[in-house]
Design a protein around this ligand. Sequence first.
Ligand SMILES: Nc1ncnc2c1ncn2[C@@H]1O[C@H](COP(=O)(O)OP(=O)(O)O)[C@@H](O)[C@H]1O
Ligand SMILES: [Mg+2]
Length: 259
Amino acid sequence: MSTDTTPEIRLAGLRKSFGDLEVLRGIDLEVTKGQVVCVIGPSGSGKSTLLRCVNLLEQPSAGTVTVGGVELTDPDADLDRERRRIGMVFQQFNLFGHLSVLDNVALPQRRVLGTDRATAERVARDNLARVGLADKASAFPAQLSGGQQQRAAIARALAMGPEVMLFDEPTSALDPELVGDVLAVMRSLAEEGMTMLVVTHEMSFAREVADRVVFMDGGHVVEDGPARQVIGDPRHERTRGFLARVLDPAAAPLEAGAD
Ligand SMILES: Nc1ncnc2c1ncn2[C@@H]1O[C@H](COP(=O)(O)OP(=O)(O)O)[C@@H](O)[C@H]1O
Ligand SMILES: [Mg+2]
């Protein structure tokens, strides 16, 4: 096997329970280097838990998580070191309100990587430019729109030099007119070859940018295939029902058990 086909992210037999509630029920998922995989599925199906298991923000109950060839679920893994290779962007941007945008992006490099101030600020400016915020370096988060704050959060993650990026509904908290700018940044990252695992309800983004779409329901991967096929011609009834509701919420009846 050539290194090009080695999965950058590999989840095998992944399970996660909270008390009696089994949220992930045996997930097998691979993302190869440079691939963009979108995860879709109803609320409560385990999408966020899945992402949080990839960087071990949640400790899986069973199964393995391997990123860049290193098994993170190995008890001997140096999680602090391995997590630096994994960038994460949340629905809520989690910027520090008392710090400028520049400091928000520079500080984690200094704290976590030990980068000197001048280098951290240069890397921060480079990444702010990358997300279209070169002119907002000295602004404070409250002075930015939600879309700009989310782009700053993406710059903060990128400034750490991650090998893979995880996105958990990055546009769900945004006013509709601000979604496009964030998706455009994510699209450009994908075009640069970033390996990305993205939980999203943005079906046009998934169809156009993702290599694969994974439909999750009830802690299982129900369907995993090429984006256009899963969205355009899903094999499973549950995928069809979910897509009907997402693509046309007013027209489709709710299925029992979905929310
Ligand atoms: N820390 C936790 N403790 C207990 N239950 C949790 C925790 N995190 C998530 N859950 C439960 O796990 C299920 C899946 O949640 P989540 O992964 O957030 O789903 P999704 O992101 O698909 O909406 C939900 O029933 C949720 O209430
Ligand atoms: Mg979620």
